[in-house]
Design a protein around this ligand. Structure first.
Ligand SMILES: CC(C)(COP(=O)(O)OP(=O)(O)OC[C@H]1O[C@@H](n2cnc3c(N)ncnc32)[C@H](O)[C@@H]1OP(=O)(O)O)[C@@H](O)C(=O)NCCC(=O)NCCS
Length: 182
């Protein structure tokens, strides 16, 4: 299994993986399938500052992890939201952990200070993964989303990436950070 930076040719698989969870579960809150065009536009807009990683097994993308901006206002620029999704058949074999550990290594090298992950409850596998990599539950928003005819509670897990010492510096580009963690 290889973990590498996503390219444009991987985005169809990234959307396909998410579309399974959109159609079948409460885990992803979208209501309609995500299109390739939406995915490519999002990836192109994000990729310089946010790592999009894929795990590849036998030439097939079986999972991905990525970060995105937590909020747009300036003071939030050192905080990211993270996400990780695997194909069902790839779950429970350490792929999620490997993707998240690599993602956090790149985010640390970039100079981000805080990572936050939202998990719609219940999702034991995701809670266990977030806690296995060192995140701690920091918030609960009850009835934050409505899907499949019922309300869902979303818990948030967070982790310090770079500590609180000193003024945070400029965020490095993903390509520059990868040279540090390579
Ligand atoms: C959540 C997800 C990314 C976890 O990745 P994974 O590869 O299955 O998990 P790993 O094998 O790396 O295991 C990581 C930890 O979770 C635990 N775990 C994995 N699957 C579990 C399950 N079904 N139930 C309970 N714990 C589980 C492992 O034991 C391990 O914990 P440990 O290190 O304390 O032993 C993956 O299951 C997935 O894609 N699920 C569907 C999509 C999803 O929920 N994404 C997250 C949205 S918030």
């Amino acid at each position: 299994m290889e973990i590498r930076l996503a390219g444009g040719g991987d985005i169809a698989a990234v959307q396909d993986i998410q579309n399974h969870y959109i159609a079948a579960t409460h885990i992803h809150f979208a209501a309609q399938p995500l299109t390739l065009e939406e995915g490519l536009a999002e990836w192109r807009g994000a990729r310089e500052k946010h790592p999009w990683l894929v795990s590849v097994d036998g030439g097939r993308v079986v999972g991905f992890a990525r970060s995105s901006a937590w909020k747009a206002r300036a003071a939030y620029q050192w905080t990211v939201e993270t996400a990780v999704y695997l194909r069902p058949e790839a779950c429970g074999r350490g792929v999620g952990r490997a993707l998240y550990e690599r993602l956090f290594a790149v985010l640390r090298a970039q100079g981000y200070r805080t990572a936050i992950g939202g998990i719609t409850q219940p999702n034991e596998a995701s809670v266990r993964l977030h806690e296995a990599v060192g995140m701690h539950r920091c918030a609960t928003f009850e009835r934050a989303g409505f899907k499949f005819g019922k309300w869902w509670t979303v818990g948030y897990w967070r982790m310090d990436l770079g500590g609180t010492e000193g003024e945070p510096g400029p965020i490095l580009m993903v390509a520059d950070a990868l040279r540090i963690v390579a």
